[in-house]
Ligand binder design. Structure first.
Ligand code: TYM
Length: 335
């Protein structure tokens, strides 16, 4: 892979755990698509991370979800001619680098991570992979000399810790890793659940609660039901001044999907009932989701297409991963 001086290298990924949601699209995938125009872009399906909660998904489901997420990357507009698309477990360098980084990461840093605290509370027995999750994520990013990591707001702490780990390694063994920066969208960085606007919209909650999220592959009827039943508040009409979190969430989704400025969106809905806002959000969602679903069906039905994309993706980035891995090993006196 060659990189001109103008381009920055962009890396990001999604865990193939549940059905990708509108939150994943707005916070991450839609941003990725725009980065393709000016930057060198690498997008990964981070399957190894799904093992950190071992019984959350069966091996058959995992295999199917990995393929589904690649299909959705393509359907959302990630173009294999412009971007590298690959599956994390196809590149052994991620786990190899994760070990080097584990050895320079203080345990206290991992124990303080918000996601570890919230996820470990929900588990009867906690695997050590869950604790070390951010180190594997740091390896994903550092392995490709990444400049920018476009993500939703929930990933900010993970990118910061990747920087801290890189700096610690560089301090101990000499300049080895480039320091990455998170790119978080100004609007839509944290889409909330339709059923509970105090909780982030999440693939895993959506698996157990209907009405929580719009899945990118949900049918039109289900999407309509979810949006029309979204929690708002007891007031009758829209007004920005005293808008509740549920109303603001709907407004944000409308603004982002239709690329409307806040002022114009507010003027559109001011003084009107919430039914009007919900109907417009539903239409805006369908406008985006329907073509994604059409393309997804095409890509996933084409025999061998998805498999070829990720095979070529992994092949094309192997030289870079090998180079960075070699310099990390050499810095420590190994390799
Ligand atoms: P994951 O799979 O939970 O989410 C994938 C991406 O979607 C964003 N996102 C959201 N954005 C806005 N509103 C929401 N409700 C919402 N829900 C999810 C996430 O911020 C993320 O950008 N740890 C990561 C995966 C990962 C990764 C990486 C990401 C592993 N290695 C390296 C970037 C770089 C995760 O679990 O994302």
């Amino acid at each position: 892979m060659t990189k001109t001086s103008k381009q920055l290298r962009v890396f990001s990924g999604v865990q193939p755990t549940g059905n990708l949601t509108l939150g994943n699209y707005i916070g991450a995938l839609s941003q990725w698509v725009t980065h393709q125009a000016d930057n060198e872009t690498i997008f990964c399906v981070v399957d190894l991370h799904t093992l950190t909660i071992p019984d959350s998904i069966s091996p058959q489901e995992r295999r199917q979800k990995i393929r589904e997420v690649v299909g959705l990357y393509l359907a959302c507009g990630i173009d294999p001619k412009k971007s590298v698309i690959f599956v994390q477990s196809h590149m052994k360098q991620h786990t190899e680098l994760a070990w080097l980084l584990t050895c320079v990461t203080p345990l206290g840093w991992m124990e303080r991570m918000t996601q570890f605290k919230s996820k470990s509370h929900k588990q009867e027995s906690i695997g050590s992979g869950l604790l070390m999750y951010p180190v594997l994520q740091a390896a994903d990013i550092l392995l490709y000399e990444t400049d920018l990591v476009p993500v939703g707001e929930d990933q900010k702490q993970h990118i910061e810790i990747a920087c801290d780990i890189a700096q610690r390694f560089n301090h101990l063994f000499g300049e080895t890793f480039r320091l990455p920066k998170a790119v978080i969208p100004k609007s839509g960085a944290r889409i909330m659940g339709f059923d509970d606007p105090t909780a982030k919209m999440s693939k895993s909650i959506a698996q157990v609660k209907s009405g929580h999220a719009v899945g990118l592959l949900d049918d039109e009827k289900a999407i309509k039901k979810t949006i029309m039943s979204a929690v708002t508040d007891s007031k009758q009409e829209f007004s920005l001044e005293d808008a509740s979190p549920g109303v603001l969430n709907l407004l944000t989704i409308y603004e982002v999907l239709t690329k409307t400025a806040r002022e114009d969106a507010v003027n559109r809905f001011n003084g009107k009932g919430y039914g009007h806002l919900k109907k417009d959000v539903f239409e805006a969602v369908m406008e985006v989701v329907a073509p994604i679903q059409q393309r997804y069906l095409q890509y996933s039905a084409e025999p061998g297409f998805i498999e070829d994309v990720v095979k070529e993706g992994a092949e094309s980035i192997t030289p870079l991963a090998d180079k960075v891995m070699r310099s990390a090993l050499q810095a420590t006196g190994m390799g």
